[in-house]
Write a protein that binds this ligand. Sequence first.
Ligand code: IPE
Ligand code: IPE
Ligand code: MG
Length: 259
Amino acid sequence: MFLPIKFFLRKKTKDNDILTDMNHNREHILPKHIGIIMDGNGRWAKKHGKMRSAGHVEGAQRFREIVKYCEKIGIKYLTVYAFSTENWRRPQEEVNGIMKLFKEYLIEALTDFQKENIKTCFIGDRSVLSKELIDLMNQCEEDTKNKTGLVLNIAINYGGRNEIVKAVKELAKECLDGKILPDDITEQSISQHLYTVNQPDPDLIIRPSGEYRTSNFLLWQSAYSEYYFDNILWPDYTGKDLERAIEAYCKRNRRYGGI
Ligand code: IPE
Ligand code: IPE
Ligand code: MG
């Protein structure tokens, strides 16, 4: 269902003065799917004279808040980049700290978040994670599979190239098994073999922290995503910053190669 953003946000977030002040005649709609590259934890920690791990702790809190905020304003899909296939290159201690935070979040999600109407999915290659984490992730997906509100994709050990390789391997196997012919492969069938199967492509991808790159995030799915970059470090990110990104998105003209 499409609603004018002014109407929608006035209704959903009463004290929101940025978006409700928008003076547009055109009908604006919220992005259906938002992707966020949660970046800048390390630099935030350094700026505050703390260990990098403190930045990740703070960043995890912002993640919790932004998820709730997206649910509140009626975003349908949110994909957050939490750990990339390249992040294993970091010192073991930092990786362990991030995995510990992830475990804490999962346990919390399985208890406290039951009341939220959020369907949680994990995208990425989970097979290399600890059995404990894999079990918690599976449990979390199972427990929330019938929720009808926000679909939350948490990207863990996710890489866009890795995901495309996975899809190609699966399709090659279907060819070898005689289920399909190479000519049957289409853009749609590739999409069907990605982690985001049956989900719409992201409309808006936000990267805070002042870096202007995708770092392997949703490569296939972002073909026509609108990007929004800003300089805020993720642990400083607030709902207002998200509103600003959405407001900018609403003003853009998406042409998809047309005119
Ligand atoms: C993002 O923050 C968190 C992860 C990649 C896990 P960073 O840790 O990359 O923070 P910076 O970029 O070093 O500041
Ligand atoms: C991207 O951030 C990955 C996540 C936010 C999880 P990085 O900090 O790993 O990206 P680069 O290394 O700056 O490209
Ligand atoms: Mg970074």
